[in-house]
Write a protein that binds this ligand. Sequence first.
Ligand code: FAD
Length: 402
Amino acid sequence: DDRTVIVGGGLGGLRTAERLRRRGHRGPVTLLAAEPHLPYDRPPLSKAALTAEQEPEGPPLLKDRDACAGLDLDVRTGVRATALDTAHRRIVLDGGGTLGYDRLVIATGVRPRELPALAGLEGVHTLRTWDDCLRLRAGLRAARTVAVVGGGVLGCEIAAAARTLGLEVTLIELAEQPLAAVLGGRIGGIVADLHRAGGVKVRCGARVERAVRSGVVLDDGSHVDADLVVAAAGSVPNTEWLAGSGLVLDDGVLCDRTGRAEGAEDVFAVGDVARMPHPYREGTVRFEHWTSAGDGAALVARNLLAPPGERAAPSEVPYFWTDQYDTKIQCLGLPDPGDEPALAAGSPESGRLLAFYSRDGRVTGGVAFGMPAALARCRKAIAERVPLADLLGSAPWERRSL
Ligand code: FAD
């Protein structure tokens, strides 16, 4: 009866179901969610959910039970897929049962990467799920000093949240600046300054060697005091359950440009777990951004229902944001961290700025600190990768009166 099964009850999975219904698809749709919760939103978990005074009642649901029923969506929480048999179009469940499908969407996301130096140590926090968030929230309230290992988006947000709660915070990053892997060293330096101004000790170019009772030891032999250690050093796609399925696994589920998984018919992937070609980059990309999960869901829902010859490729401009202290940092486009940023408005000192990345004279992306409307006005120019000189000359970010 044309059953669609979505494995993974997070943002990408839920949005795919919503998009299928919005396109008028009437067939049965089942969503398997390993966690005991209905689909919830993750961005608040490293921000307000950590700092809010009031104990949260539950995860920030994307849709409650009634709304899921309104979509005629069969959500099965606490059910994990453990294997996939593409030949018989069957999913094996952790209880031992199986579930057949006609179309399958893989939306199992990622989990925190384990740091070898901290592996197996009790009391080292990671943050991906609501349950992780509750543990970290309680841990931060019992601690005085915290070491955050990893200066990516997540590590920076956790460091900012811990400072907001008044803890002594050290942020430890292997690269020369925090966020350098996504925004490059120059903008990363501004992020480092933001954290220093917030009172965080920023230790870049440093590797954690081991944990000791009183904190962690770095590769230069120095000791960082910490009652609580958070590891935020990247993630690993949840693809183990797909071993032997015939799908191509390569740091994610490898898909073609339509989101269809290589190696099987009628199997697609969305969200953090999906790796696919993108018009802005050679090779393939795998995003771990909220907006990308929604864009991927829209694409896959469309392509699931389209005949193979009429499937579309991604066309949205990649985007992510991160909130640190009171600053919203946003990035539009897909700059290479090596692309030079040019300041277009504001200044690092003022805490508000707009800069454009470019390569070979053409714009590859834009980054804004506290200037959301200005960046949004440049979306078209970034999408079209106009010459940097044209964009700087036309100043579309300045609000012009009519
Ligand atoms: P997820 O939302 O992780 O959902 C995957 C689900 O699949 C999980 O619930 C998992 O339990 C389940 N699952 C895994 N394996 C199985 C299995 N075998 N069977 C059944 N279910 C399974 N992005 C931004 O752009 N801006 C932000 O500010 C931002 N903040 C974030 C803060 C935090 C703390 C985190 C963790 C992420 C943040 N993100 C942010 C990223 C964004 O939330 C993700 O890109 C988005 O959640 C991806 O959706 P997804 O559906 O691919 O994965």
